[in-house]
Design a protein around this ligand. Structure first.
Ligand code: NAP
Length: 321
């Protein structure tokens, strides 16, 4: 079979934007949107976001799921083909690249755009997943959800002790009556400057040596059951929201040994402001290579860049047999 011109792996804002650009450039992209599982569904992290209010062009906001379905629809309007399968193995040692899917399919590709994203790390305690999926006040992104009316003037909890937790806590002080920073140790991992900013806020209260054992509430969060890691004592506190900021896990397991990854697992990008990876012809876009901004709009922007980079690469190097 003739190799594909562009294979795009993923189905978040980066992947669909890459598909829209590649399709409109007549490259007939093939998208592997992912097979889906209990914790992962095609569409990426926005499938878990109820309201997106910071994506330009939607003055009234838009539902995360609606937005991703529209991204996909727009890609399908042009010449995009989609397979609901994961890519589980790749051989990037030479072009055309070889990819093997969860559906047992072997595909060859002249260029590849990796846009498999990253997943927020969750606590995995009772109540958390249910209330995150239903929009019941549990979130892994304060910048995405913190400004929603449900969180105004409420006591909000942030879980974690790293820079993200400090940043989310500081951001939430704009809306919350009080922010409770819950950390499992008595020492923060966050950088000195972020720690100092958080300590300086009179709206942030630190609950040290505490783990969240359960998120309470039926339709919406009402509180948390905490455990003191030193005494073992359990307490219940009232909160109107919980923001989990304990890190992200990039979806790069299938790339190990094939593409340079950073120590934290994200794709290593050798050149700033370019989507080229260390393998010529393989490009990366969105959260899989971005451990810093992690926004839908920045992911979409890099998806566009990756498609343009793939197009230019093909124009310059031509197809390989
Ligand atoms: P991180 O630095 O890995 O911190 C994760 C935090 O979550 C740690 O405090 C960890 O506790 C805690 N944690 C992990 N698993 C947990 C669990 N199961 N239950 C309870 N707590 C748990 O992650 P991050 O804060 O997302 O930062 C990631 C990277 O981005 C870092 O390099 C950071 O510097 C950078 N970043 C920078 C900025 C900034 O400079 N403005 C902002 C955001 C992120 P322990 O400390 O006990 O391990």
């Amino acid at each position: 079979m003739k190799p594909e011109t562009v294979v795009i792996i993923g189905s978040g804002p980066a992947a669909w934007t890459a598909a829209i650009y590649a399709a409109r450039a007549n490259l007939k992209p093939l998208v592997f949107e992912g097979a889906g599982s209990r914790t992962m569904i095609p569409g990426g992290q926005l499938m878990f976001t109820t309201d997106v209010e910071n994506y330009p062009g939607f003055p009234e906001g838009v539902g995360g799921i609606d937005m991703m379905l529209d991204f996909k629809k727009q890609a399908l309007r042009f010449d995009t083909r989609v397979l609901t399968e994961d890519i589980v193995q790749v051989d990037f040692s030479r072009r055309p690249f070889r990819l093997h899917s969860s559906g047992g399919r072997d595909v060859r590709a002249q260029t590849v755009v990796v846009a498999t994203g990253a997943n927020a790390r969750w606590l995995g305690v009772p109540g958390e997943e249910r209330l995150a999926q239903s929009g019941g006040g549990v979130s892994a992104c304060a910048v995405c959800d913190g400004a929603l009316p449900a969180f105004r003037d409420r006591i909000l909890a942030v879980v974690g002790g790293g820079d993200s937790a400090m940043e989310e806590a500081l951001y939430l002080t704009k809306f919350a009556s009080e922010v409770l920073l819950i950390h499992r140790r008595d020492e923060l991992r966050a950088s000195r400057i972020m720690q100092e900013r958080a300590f300086a806020s009179d709206k942030i209260r630190f609950l040290w040596n505490r783990t969240v054992e359960e998120v309470l509430g039926d339709d919406a969060i009402t509180g948390l059951r905490l455990r003191d890691t030193v005494t073992g004592e359990e307490t219940e506190i009232e909160v109107g929201g919980m923001f989990v900021a304990i890190g992200h896990i990039p979806n790069t397991g299938f790339l190990r040994g094939q593409l340079d990854l950073k120590d934290n697992g994200y794709v290593d990008m050798p050149t700033a402001w370019r989507t080229e990876t260390n393998v010529p012809g393989v490009f990366a876009a969105g959260d899989v290579m971005d451990d810093y901004y992690r926004q839908a709009v920045s992911a979409a922007g890099t998806g566009c860049m990756a498609a343009l980079d793939a197009e230019r690469f093909l124009a310059h190097h031509g197809p390989a047999d």
